[in-house]
Design a protein around this ligand. Structure first.
Ligand code: CA
Length: 540
C-alpha cells in the first residue's frame, strides 16, 4: 500500500520547500554521514534510526548483567500512567505546592532518579496508550483518537499488532495493566486478548461513565431516563472488571454512582499492590502498567480526599490522591524487597485538558490536550531505579513514550524479540536511563494529530507544517481546526521560546529548515513500505 496522497502532501509541503530538490517521495533519502546535527545512523530497515552511544550501552549492559547475577532473575518494570496530568502539576516540574497540590512522592522519584524535561506523549489518551503498547505511531496501528462508546470500529487493530506485554509474558514475565484501558472492549481487544496475563479496571474513560450519572453536569442526558437508556444500550461494559488469561471475565462492581467512580483509583491501587506482592512471592519478574483513572474529568474526591489539597478543588484533590497512591505502591515495592529490582517510570498520557479549566491540569507550555503544541504533548517523565539510575540526574534529551516499548524489552533481555515485519517507531533508551552519563538516542520526535502529520521536534527546534488553531480560548478539543501553515513552516527554538510564541522560520532559522525538511522526508519514506492503518476511527 502506498502512502496516501494526503499524507505525502502534508509531509512534503514542508520538505519540498526547504530541502534540496527531491524528485519523488517514493525513495528513502540516502542516510547522511553522522555529524553534529544529523547524528543518527540506520539500525535496521524496520527500526527508527538512532544516535549511536556505544560507551553508555556497554555501561548499561554491565549494570543489568551485574543485577541479574545478584538477584538471579530479570528486573521488574512498573509504569505509572496518569490520565491528563499536566507537565506543570508535578512539584519538580514547577507545580506541586505552587499550584495547591503537593506531590512529594512523585518528586521523590525524580530526586532519587532521572528527571526528563523533554518527554513526549501523543495528543490524546488512546493514541498514547497504543504507542506505549506497540512502539508504533498511532497512524500505524489505527488507534488515532480516543475510542468512544459505540464507535464503528470495522477492524480489530490488535489483530496484527504485538504488545510489549505479550512478548514479555511469552518470555517469563507476569504482565498486568491495572486501571483504565481505553484501547477497545470488543472481542479480541481486551487486555488479556493482546498479551496481558491480568487486567483489573474499566475499559473506557471516566467521563463516559459520569455522563449518565451526574445530573448537574449532564442534565440534557441524566434528567431524561429514555435518553439514558438509549445511551447505555450500546453494550458497553459499565463495571470494574477483573480478568486473568484463560479465565472468564469477572465483574467486580458496577459503576452506578459518582461515589463508585470516586473510589476507582483506590481499588486500582489495592490491586496493583496485591499484584506486586504475588509476583514477589512467586519470584516472577513483572511488567505492570498502573493506569490511573484520575485526573481525567470528571474528578470526584475518593473517601478522605475531599479538600485534602491546599487548593481544595476536585482536580487538585485528585492530584494529591494520585501522589499518595504512587507513594503507597512504591512502599509495597520496598516492603516486598523489589525496590532495587524494578525500573519505575512515571508519566502522563497527554497534556492538560484545557476544555475543563479552570479546575484543570497546568502546563507552562502553549495549549493543551488534543494539540501538538508543546502543552498537548510534553509530559512529565521520571525514571527511578535505586542502584541502577543515578539519583538527581536531569536531562532534556528527547524521550518519546513510544520508546517505553523498546526500552522495556531491552530491560527484560528480549530486545531481539522486536518484530521485524513492521515499522517500530520506538527506540531502545535503556542506556540513556541507566548509564550515569547517558544521553538520549533519539534525534527527532514526530507529532501527529489523527492522520495529520503536524510537527516535529529536532534538537531544541520545533517546526509545525500544520497547526492546531484554537478558536475559543481553552477549547483545544471543542473548537479547534487543523490548518496548513503558509509558505514557510513555523519554527521555534524551544530554549529561547518554550511557549512557541514567535516563529522565526525564515528570518532566523532558514539554516535549520534544511534539516527539518530532511527529517520530514525520512519519516515520510517509512510509510512507503510500512503503511498506516484505518480501523474505522478515521474521519471521512
Ligand atoms: Ca488522557
Amino acid at each position: 500500500m502506498k502512502t496516501t496522497p494526503a499524507v505525502g502532501a502534508t509531509l512534503f509541503a514542508m520538505a519540498a520547500l526547504w530541502a534540496p530538490a527531491t524528485p519523488a517521495p517514493a525513495q528513502a533519502p540516502k542516510p547522511p554521514a553522522p555529524n553534529a546535527l544529523m547524528q543518527i545512523v540506520p539500525v535496521s530497515p524496520n527500526l527508527e534510526p538512532a544516535i549511536p552511544r556505544p560507551a553508555q550501552e556497554q555501561a548499561a549492559r554491565e549494570k543489568l548483567a551485574a543485577l541479574e547475577k545478584r538477584t538471579g532473575r530479570k528486573p521488574n518494570i512498573l509504569v505509572f500512567l496518569v490520565d491528563d496530568l499536566g507537565y506543570g502539576d508535578v512539584g519538580v516540574y514547577g507545580g506541586g505546592v505552587s499550584v495547591g497540590s503537593p506531590t512529594p512522592h512523585i518528586d521523590a522519584l525524580a530526586r532519587g532518579g532521572l528527571r526528563l524535561t523533554s518527554t513526549y506523549s501523543q495528543p490524546t489518551c488512546t493514541p498514547t496508550r497504543a504507542a506505549i503498547n506497540t512502539g508504533r505511531l498511532p497512524v500505524r496501528s489505527g488507534l488515532t483518537r480516543p475510542i468512544l462508546t459505540g464507535d464503528p470500529i470495522k477492524k480489530n487493530p490488535w489483530a496484527d499488532e504485538v504488545t510489549a506485554a505479550k512478548l514479555l509474558s511469552d518470555n517469563g514475565y507476569r504482565t498486568a495493566v491495572v486501571g483504565k484501558w481505553h484501547l477497545g472492549e470488543a472481542e479480541g481487544m481486551k487486555p488479556v486478548d493482546v498479551g496481558y496475563d491480568e487486567f483489573f479496571g474499566f475499559f473506557m474513560v471516566v467521563s463516559e461513565y459520569s455522563a449518565y450519572m451526574d445530573r448537574r453536569r449532564y442534565p440534557e442526558l441524566v434528567t431524561k431516563p429514555d435518553r439514558v437508556k438509549a445511551f447505555r444500550s450500546t453494550g458497553a461494559i459499565e463495571d470494574i472488571v477483573e480478568t486473568r488469561k484463560g479465565q472468564p471475565m469477572k465483574k467486580v462492581r458496577p459503576l452506578e454512582t459518582v461515589d463508585d467512580i470516586a473510589n476507582c483509583d483506590q481499588d486500582f491501587a489495592n490491586y496493583s499492590a496485591d499484584f506486586i506482592r504475588r509476583a514477589a512471592q512467586d519470584k516472577t519478574p513483572f511488567y505492570l502498567i498502573h493506569a490511573f483513572s484520575k485526573v481525567h474529568f470528571d474528578n470526584w474526591p475518593a473517601k478522605g480526599y475531599q479538600g485534602k489539597s491546599p487548593a481544595g478543588t476536585p482536580y487538585r484533590d485528585a492530584v494529591v490522591e494520585v501522589d499518595d497512591i504512587v507513594g503507597r505502591i512504591m512502599q509495597t515495592l520496598k516492603d516486598t524487597g523489589q525496590l532495587e529490582n524494578t525500573l519505575v517510570f512515571f508519566t502522563s498520557d497527554n497534556g492538560p485538558n484545557e476544555d475543563t479549566c479552570p479546575d484543570c491540569a497546568y502546563t507552562p507550555f502553549r495549549r493543551g490536550k488534543g494539540t501538538t503544541w508543546e502543552g498537548g504533548v510534553r509530559v512529565p517523565g521520571i525514571a527511578y531505579w535505586p542502584g541502577m539510575i543515578q539519583a538527581g540526574r536531569e536531562s532534556d534529551g528527547l524521550f518519546d513514550l513510544l520508546d517505553l516499548f523498546n526500552t522495556s524489552l531491552a530491560v527484560g533481555g528480549i530486545a531481539d524479540k522486536i518484530p521485524t515485519d513492521r515499522y517500530i517507531d520506538g527506540i531502545d533508551q535503556s542506556a540513556f536511563l541507566l548509564a550515569d552519563t547517558g544521553e538520549s538516542k533519539r534525534q527527532t520526535v514526530y507529532m501527529w494529530v489523527e492522520y495529520d502529520f503536524t510537527a516535529l521536534r529536532f534538537h531544541e527546534f520545533k517546526t509545525h507544517s500544520k497547526v492546531l488553531n484554537v478558536h475559543n480560548t481553552f477549547n483545544d478539543l471543542s473548537e479547534a481546526t487543523t490548518e496548513r501553515t503558509g509558505m514557510a513552516p513555523w519554527v521555534y527554538n524551544l530554549y529561547s521560546d518554550p511557549k512557541e510564541q514567535l516563529s522565526r522560520s525564515t528570518s532566523q532559522f532558514e539554516w535549520v529548515l534544511i534539516y527539518l525538511g530532511k527529517e520530514g522526508l525520512r519519516h515520510a519514506a517509512t510509510f512507503e513500505k510500512y503503511p498506516m492503518k484505518d480501523i474505522g476511527l478515521r474521519k471521512q
